[in-house]
Design a protein around this ligand. Structure first.
Ligand SMILES: CCCCCCCCC/C=C/C(=O)SCCNC(=O)CCNC(=O)[C@H](O)C(C)(C)COP(=O)(O)OP(=O)(O)OC[C@H]1O[C@@H](n2cnc3c(N)ncnc32)[C@H](O)[C@@H]1OP(=O)(O)O
Ligand SMILES: NC(=O)C1=CN([C@@H]2O[C@H](COP(=O)(O)OP(=O)(O)OC[C@H]3O[C@@H](n4cnc5c(N)ncnc54)[C@H](OP(=O)(O)O)[C@@H]3O)[C@@H](O)[C@H]2O)C=CC1
Length: 311
């Protein structure tokens, strides 16, 4: 017996998956508007009354669910994203279900000037900001060795730099106004790394430790900073992954199930509510136990690993 790796030819095969624009022919995933309308919440109707919350990337997925729940709980809601129609869709759902109008701002979080304008617009419109939720982000599945420079930069610029521009700008306003504030950064479960998502792991790990650091630095300004690390949460974002990987995602946790956007929306509402007042510098993992157990291969598992490492 030699020492060659098993299935050696596979090691040389680049794995690329690029969804077609508009997701043609693929099922829509995650909670749609009808499902969101019927979600029950454990929280009382006026839990966030008078509370202003800004949620990035709220034209779809977890951000949309969180915006909808916050509006149902009485919050003043502002959202941003790059696509006007998606933001309008969230606003329409909220209007129909709650009668409330929200503030929608088209903004790319990678652009620090757009971020400055956005934070200013929220203050102008609602007279302040209480909670900032940095949810906008994403990545594509690929073996790290094959990342293009542009692809690496796109993921880092969105998930790390974009999140930072948002939190710094919000904090500057809170400090200048002498007002308390709260940041919730949506990251990912990166504790054990995540093959085929190394760019996002690098960015999310950066955000987690950035958050833990400024949670201390900004405490004198009465600003709390926390992170939420979702595991496999079924959303529209699943369009980024091949069917073969999607069919296995639930195996990444010992509950063998996928979470949904509401699981994360309710955690955001909890942290934003008075119940979260003593929670600072934390990373709340919502992953069904994935951190202790499974591994996802978002671009498809190489045959080399097909026994899944089981002893
Ligand atoms: C957290 C858990 C982890 C993943 C582990 C899986 C766990 C399952 C749970 C799911 C977790 C989720 O986060 S769900 C998904 C969340 N949502 C999303 O990811 C959707 C949003 N994503 C994005 O917008 C994009 O992925 C992102 C790259 C960040 C944004 O970039 P841009 O807007 O600049 O978009 P583009 O112009 O399309 O791409 C820029 C370059 O990136 C590279 N690029 C883009 N798509 C590519 C692809 N499929 N394969 C290779 N390379 C690609 C190319 O070099 C592109 O340049 P050209 O060559 O010139 O085109
Ligand atoms: N679903 C999951 O299992 C997991 C998701 N996550 C993370 O949670 C967050 C929410 O994901 P999810 O709801 O699943 O996915 P979605 O793709 O549905 O949501 C991401 C949103 O972010 C917006 N966005 C992306 N880039 C930018 C940008 N540069 N500026 C402003 N808005 C932007 C997108 O809108 P638009 O393109 O119109 O700008 C989109 O609405 C993401 O950061 C994701 O990576 C983390 C772990 C697991």
């Amino acid at each position: 017996m030699g020492n060659e790796p098993l299935n050696a030819p596979d090691l040389h095969a680049p794995r690329i998956f690029r969804p077609e624009p508009g997701d043609p022919g693929r099922p829509k995933r995650g909670l749609d508007d009808e499902a969101l309308r019927t979600q029950a919440t454990i929280f009382r109707d006026d839990l966030l009354a008078g509370h202003t919350i800004l949620i990035s990337g709220a034209g779809s997925g977890m951000g949309k669910a969180a915006a909808y729940l916050a509006a149902r709980l009485g919050a003043n809601v502002a959202i941003c994203g790059r696509t006007r129609e998606k933001l309008d869709g969230t606003a329409a759902l909220i209007r129909e279900e709650t009668g409330r109008e929200i503030l929608c701002v088209e903004a790319n979080i990678r652009d620090p000037e757009a971020v400055e304008t956005l934070i200013g617009a929220v203050h102008d419109h609602f007279g302040g900001l209480d909670t900032l939720v940095n949810n906008a982000g994403g990545q594509f599945p690929q073996d790290a060795i094959d990342f293009s420079r542009k692809g690496w930069l796109a993921v880092i610029d969105t998930n790390l730099n974009g999140t930072w521009w948002m939190m710094q700008e919000a904090a500057k306003r809170w400090r200048a106004d002498g007002k308390p504030g709260h940041v919730i950064n949506i990251v990912a479960n990166v504790e054990r790394g995540m093959p085929q998502a190394a760019h996002t792991c690098a960015a999310r790990a950066g955000v987690i430790y950035l958050s833990k650091t400024v949670a201390t630095e900004w405490a004198p300004h009465n600003i709390r900073v926390n992170c939420i690390g979702p595991g496999v949460i079924e959303t529209e974002g699943f369009r980024m992954y091949p069917e073969e990987a999607l069919a296995r995602f639930h195996n990444a946790n010992p509950m063998k199930t996928r979470g949904n956007a509401w699981d994360v929306a309710e955690a955001i509402a909890y942290l934003a509510s008075p119940a979260g007042r003593f929670i600072n510098g934390d990373l709340m993992i919502i992953d069904g136990g994935q951190a202790q157990w499974g591994v996802v291969w978002p671009a498809g598992m190489p045959e080399y690993f097909s026994d899944n490492g089981a002893a």
